[in-house]
Design a protein around this ligand. Structure first.
Ligand code: SAH
Length: 253
């Protein structure tokens, strides 16, 4: 197929089996509203429309692909020309399930934007670069986004997908993950939480006591000589809360 653009990360998923598996993993029910990110030529779009869902919004950045998607005739479908890394998912006015064979160059940015809208997104299934997919599941080397995501969602690795299932084949393997929103997600200022996480993940080989006051660490029940990769999501969250309270105390006192 000609005309595919590298700059938009266009690698079309052409395996009917994998498309079906992604759609199945969303546990779609009658009345559901679904958002697809990066519709492209509509392979996944068509697989999703097989289900008795209520509405499907497809976000696509490339105007040419937008045109192609608009030619799919189905009155449940609405195509939106928008950037999924900054789109306000809550503006759709209802709770949604979200999916997509994500453009790999901005995959992490899109996942970050999904977490920022966790209040309106109950479940997600994404295809990403395999290395990123594993990292987000806490397998391999974790990053700040692993913790940010796992604070709000249970993250499960569903399967690996080889390059030959795409046109054109990407240089890397791909992986599919599923996000299920946690029952009682914490209410945090997400900008501050992100700042906290990115700052303790910088210089990751250093012991935590080089980055945070020792009394903050001990108050959170964390050994100051540990390194970031030795903490769980619960540890980070507890640490963030203690850090916040001690910051406030310092400002007042
Ligand atoms: N879902 C299709 C295409 C996947 S390729 C399939 O599996 O066949 C990724 C798609 O995301 C491309 O169509 C690309 O144009 C689109 N895209 C790239 N950056 C985007 C962004 N920031 N927001 C929304 N869509 C984007």
């Amino acid at each position: 197929m000609g005309g595919l653009k590298k700059s938009y990360g266009q690698h079309l998923l052409v395996s009917p089996g994998v498309l079906k598996k992604i759609a199945q993993s969303l546990n779609l029910e009658e009345g559901d509203t679904v958002v697809e990110i990066g519709g492209g030529t509509g392979n996944l779009t068509r697989a999703l429309l097989e289900y008795p869902i209520n509405r499907l919004y497809v976000l696509e950045l490339d105007p040419e692909m937008v045109k192609r998607l608009m030619s799919i005739e189905d009155n449940r479908l609405e195509v939106i020309e928008a950037d999924a890394s900054s789109f306000d998912f809550c503006s759709l006015g209802e709770e949604v399930k979200i999916t997509g064979n994500l453009p790999y160059n901005v995959g992490s940015l899109i996942v970050e934007n999904v977490v920022k809208h966790y209040r309106c997104i109950s479940l997600g299934v994404f295809m990403l670069q395999k290395e990123v997919a594993l990292k987000l599941c806490g397998k391999g080397e974790i990053g700040w986004l692993t913790v940010f995501l796992n604070t709000y969602y249970e993250v499960e690795y569903l399967m690996s997908v080889p390059p030959r299932f795409f046109i054109p084949p990407p240089k890397v393997d791909s992986g599919v993950i599923k996000l299920i929103r946690k029952e009682n997600p914490p209410e945090l200022n997400l900008e501050n939480y992100k700042k906290f996480l990115t700052s303790i993940f910088s210089m990751r080989r250093k012991m935590l006591k080089k980055k945070l006051p020792e009394d903050t660490l001990t108050e959170a029940g964390i050994d100051p000589s540990l390194r970031v990769e030795q903490l769980t999501t619960e540890d980070f969250l507890r640490l963030y809360n203690v850090f916040n309270t001690s910051q406030k105390r310092r400002k007042i006192g």
